[in-house]
Design a protein around this ligand. Structure first.
Ligand SMILES: Nc1ncnc2c1ncn2[C@@H]1O[C@H](COP(=O)(O)OP(=O)(O)OP(=O)(O)O)[C@@H](O)[C@H]1O
Ligand SMILES: [Mg+2]
Length: 360
């Protein structure tokens, strides 16, 4: 009997190319996002011609295609023009001014001294490189919420001012879940950035279905999926915030369940099993990076669904004003990061705030 891995590799199972369902894969066609892709391109066209770029802030809930659109447009730009250097930075990975300048210098091929240099000097190297190569710079700062958490959003100011201070052209696309973080941005940064805002909205069930179908064509054997299976995965994505990542993860998970059983078709039962794992994993996705107290508050609100802030103070044993203030700060931080949303209310007994998980 042939080796089991060899058999799996030779077309047994359900996948033809499971990698096409991986989170890092950038689809060739970005569906239902023509307007957003055009906005991104419009903002970058100055840079693409070696001139002044414009700045753009893109916001929207998880899995609505922000990163996909940005990477797609950067790819197109590199094909079209050699006058701009496109750079993609994930701010959860590079979260300080120092780390971001370092990564950009690195990607531009600058060899930095081992002794380490100050961030201003690093920016100096970046500027010299761009001038020498006669190029403009395009920086996508993805998951930029993190910059605000680290109080490193001043980097937006550095980039926005670069044409005046250093005579180099820089175009910025900043992406985040929560548009509030930009609304609360320092006036000095906001006015120098003067960015256009664009909002991404959740996908509808029909859109999710089409996105899944297109991906299924390149990832699964033609007969491995029925319409019901695709519909169910799309429905799960739709119910959980119109999130394409969730829909695709459930589809991939269902495929893996089928392969584990040696089945050639994915069933509704496989989807249901995959759903548990995917939805259970989502909440934990960004949590390792949240401080323990924030995580506890979030989990409490998530369990309660919709809760009065006073109840949160009580749950965490706040007895004095100073303790309440501490918890209020944690809640505010979670709101700023887009994990929670709060709403003021007035009733017979006075005013208050109700807190819930964003988008729930
Ligand atoms: N319009 C689309 N067409 C095809 N695939 C899409 C589309 N939008 C999203 N996807 C797929 O869904 C997944 C999530 O999309 P993406 O990473 O762009 O979301 P996001 O808005 O950046 O989410 P987050 O805020 O969590 O970073 C990716 O695997 C991507 O390939
Ligand atoms: Mg993203």
């Amino acid at each position: 009997m042939a080796n089991i891995f060899e058999r799996l590799g030779k077309g047994e199972g359900v996948f033809t190319d499971e990698g096409k369902l991986s989170p890092d894969y950038v689809p060739v066609d970005v569906l239902f996002r023509e307007r957003e892709v055009r906005e991104f391109a419009f903002c970058l066209q100055g840079s693409a011609r070696g001139g002044k770029g414009e700045h753009l802030i893109a916001t929207g809930p998880p899995g609505t295609g922000k990163t996909t659109c940005a990477k797609h447009v950067l790819g197109q730009l590199s094909e079209y023009s050699k006058k701009a250097v496109p750079i993609y930075i994930n701010c959860w990975e590079f979260s300080t001014r120092y780390a971001i300048f370092g990564e950009i210098a690195n990607l531009l091929g600058e060899v930095l001294p081992r002794r380490g240099i100050a961030s201003d000097e690093m920016m100096g190297r970046i500027v010299q490189n761009l001038k020498r190569e006669k190029k403009s710079l395009i920086v996508v700062l993805d998951e930029a919420d993190r910059l605000f958490l680290e109080k490193e959003e001043g980097i937006l100011y550095d980039f926005a001012r670069a044409p005046e201070t250093s005579r180099v052209n820089v175009g910025i696309i900043a992406i985040a879940n929560n548009k509030e973080v930009f609304a609360r941005m320092d006036a000095r940064i906001r006015s120098s950035l003067c960015a256009k805002m664009i909002e991404f909205f959740p996908y509808s069930p029909v859109q999710l279905k089409e996105i899944l179908k297109a991906r299924a064509r390149v990832a699964f054997f033609p007969n491995a999926l029925s319409d019901e299976v695709v519909d169910l995965c799309a429905g799960i994505g739709a119910k959980n915030g119109g999130d394409a990542r969730i829909a695709l993860s459930v589809l991939r998970g269902a495929g893996k369940e089928a392969e584990r059983e040696g089945a050639r078709k994915v069933t509704l039962e496989h989807v249901k099993r995959a759903k548990e794992g995917v939805l259970g994993g989502i909440a934990k996705r960004k949590f390792p990076l949240l401080d323990g107290n924030l995580q506890k508050v979030f989990e409490f609100v998530e369990k309660k669904g919709d809760v009065d802030s006073v109840e949160i103070y009580a749950h965490f044993g706040a007895k004095e004003e100073s303790e309440e203030r501490k918890i209020r700060k944690w809640i505010a931080k979670l709101e700023e990061l887009g994990f929670l949303e709060g709403k003021e209310f007035v009733d017979g007994e006075g005013r208050g705030r109700r807190i819930r998980v964003t988008g729930k």
